[in-house]
Design a protein around this ligand. Structure first.
Ligand code: ZN
Length: 208
């Protein structure tokens, strides 16, 4: 969840569940932001459509951004999402590919890593970089460390978060990024790499 100057943007990190998405949206209310300006889905996955529907039922959502579908199954899910959004009069935009293209949200840019999979899961790996006026934050979804292809993505980030969304965690991170601050949402991951374990929520004040 990202707030900039009274605007709220929600991104599908957390653990990918409806509970996590609702928590992010209620956090906006605590900051007196009643509308979701932009809801970003980093990957097209059917189980997240119902979570989005529930947010739209309860909040004013201005815009939903999803990656451009690349195959028939993604097309079908995207069509359902567009229908749901139309029902709530929410604009749907497509994130351009290649994924290296950054999305701007106020003075923050969000850059998705290339879509990658590991053999044992149908869930794509997730890599995101948040570019801020004073530096940048790298978010890695679960198990990204099993794919050497992520090496170099987000190099030089000031803060790295090892998240829980994506393929089930089966091993400790093999790829450990250098950064001043390293956090992990999974206790075992945190312990194995000496990161700070985020128990519950992590609030980082990125912009004063
Ligand atoms: Zn997902």
């Amino acid at each position: 969840m990202l707030t900039v100057g009274g605007h709220g943007c929600v991104i599908d990190v957390g653990d990918g569940t409806q509970t996590a998405l609702n928590l992010a949206v209620s956090e906006l209310s605590e900051q007196c932001i009643t509308e979701v300006d932009t809801l970003i889905l980093t990957h097209i996955h059917r189980r997240h459509i119902s979570a989005i529907r529930s947010v739209c039922e309860n909040r004013m959502v201005r815009r939903i951004l999803i990656p451009e579908p690349t195959d028939d199954s993604e097309n079908a899910i995207a069509t359902d999402l567009v229908e749901t959004a139309e029902h709530f009069s929410v604009e749907v935009g497509f994130l351009p590919r290649p994924e290296e293209t950054a999305i701007s949200f106020s003075d923050v840019t969000i850059q998705l890593a290339e879509k990658r999979y590991i053999d044992r899961s149908v869930h794509p790996l997730i890599g995101l970089v948040f570019g801020l006026p004073d530096g940048y934050v790298l978010y890695l979804g679960s198990s990204t460390w099993e794919d050497i292809g992520y090496l170099g993505f987000g190099d030089g980030a000031d803060l790295v978060i090892y998240g829980s969304h994506g393929p089930v965690i089966k091993s400790a991170p093999g790829l450990v990024f250098e950064a001043t601050h390293i956090y992990a949402t999974n206790e075992l991951v945190a312990r194995s790499i000496g990161a700070v374990w985020i128990d519950g929520r992590l609030t980082v004040e990125l912009i004063e």
